[in-house]
Each structure stands twice: as structure tokens, then as C-alpha cells.
Write a new protein. Sequence first.
Length: 278
Amino acid sequence: MRPSDTWDLPTRHLGRRTIVFERLDSTNTYAAARADDPANDGLVVVAREQTAGRGQHGRTWQAPSGSSVLLSALLFPPPALRRPALLTAWAAVAVCDAIDALAGLDARIKWPNDVLVEGRKVCGILIEQRTVSSGQWAVGSGATDVGSLATAHCPLFIVCGIGLNLNQTADQFAVAGLEQAGSLGSLTGSRYSCDQATRLLIQLLDEQYGRLLQRDVRTLESTWKQRLGLLGEPVVAECADGDRHGRLKDVGWDGVQLETSRGLVRLVPEKVRHLRPY
Ligand code: BTN
């Protein structure tokens, strides 16, 4: 497999080295294979087509050539940022901002990191990480598979894979049995350039990551909260040890706060697998 192109983007932390493939099995697999060398911190891998794209929970991620942004970023976050909820929110918020900039659509995050527009999933994010304790790859999206905020689960490095649907039609989704999926094109009637959208998304990921490196986690927190869009609503927080029902009082790195019939309950974000309206 040889890249068809390389981009030297004017970014600071990610994408200064971006390698582009016409066709690749999976950008996540390719980036993960380069994680033994810390010099690859910030490497971004882009594919115009994937033959074995991977999704959450062992599923596949299919995208016809020219239909999507397909990228993976390899990062070695400093200890303060080795937190699944933070990294998951970072990727999801950057995608929402990219959708807004490209198509003027108001995107929402479905906990932990699906991105929806008008109730349709337009983007999937797969974060894979190697943890301090196990030395194994943990596949998932922070809250889904990591389970707790024990320091033993802090990622040493991550591969953040993003598939953003741009040009698929509603018919294509229906044929694939994905009636709840959407693309920016199916929602607006416009056509989008994959390369342009990919560059924009890398730039937004880079800007937000730069803020995190500067220890500004509050800017991300406030955008994340707004993009989740459930404040004040009755919700169910699905956790490994059972569901909690309540009104969502606040969401932040310090906790998901629910007003329940038994008083205020605070959950560590990494404990919450799904948070949905009730
Ligand atoms: C999901 O199932 O919602 C997550 C899908 C993630 C797909 C992206 S496409 C680019 C990157 N490479 C992969 O193999 N998967 C991710």
C-alpha cells in the first residue's frame, strides 16, 4: 500500500503529516500499526475508499468511494488529557463544528460520540487506545468500553477514526439497511468535496486539541454540553451496573448530574455508556 498523496497542512499538532490513500483496508488499522513510534504523534491517515473500515462494537463501516471523510489521527496525549470522556468529546465536537461550517446544519452528539443531524447519524467515531495497565488495544469510544475512570485505564496513545457521510443518497442508505443514517448531501441537496471537508475537519481537530494542550478544557466542555442538548430533560443514563433515571442538571468532566427521586446523583462520565432522552 502506497499513499497517493501527502499533505503538509499548516496545523500545529495534528495533520502536519497527513498521508492520503486512494484505497486502504482501514485508516484506523494503518494508524495503529504506526503507534510504536512516538515520532508519529499527530500523524493523520486519510483514505478515499476503505475496503475493511471498522465501526463500533466490531461492526463494519462501509462508504463508497468519494462519499465521505475517512480519516484517523494518531496521538500521544499528555497525562492530563489521557481521559476517555475528554478525547471522545474532542472528536465529536470538532465534527459538529465542521458540519456547521460546511453545511450550516445544527449537529447534535448522541452520547458518547455519534453525531446526528435531524435525528440521522451522519458520522461515526471509533477511538482505539492502548492503556497503561494492559498494554492491549481497547476498541471503543471512551465510555462504551473503558468502563471506569481508574487511572489504570488511561490511554497512552489513541487512534481516533472518523467517518463523516458527505454525498451518500437516501436510496443508498436504504439499500444498505441504514434507514436512520444520513449524509450532509442527503440533508441539504448539495455535493461536498471530500478533500476540502477532510482538511477542514483536521484543522478543527487541531485547533481544539491545541486548546486542550494549553489546559483549556472548559471551552470544550461548554460546547460539548450544548451539542448534547439534553440539559433540563428527563434522561436515562445507562451504566454497567444499571440504569439511572432523572432530570439532567449538568454535564461536565466532573460528572453527569441527575436530579432523581432520591436526590442529586453524580456519575463519572466514563461510567455512562449511553445517555438518552426518557
Ligand atoms: C461507528 O461505528 O459509529 C464508528 C465508525 C468509525 C468509522 C471510521 S472511518 C475512518 C476510520 N477507519 C476505520 O476503520 N474506522 C474509522
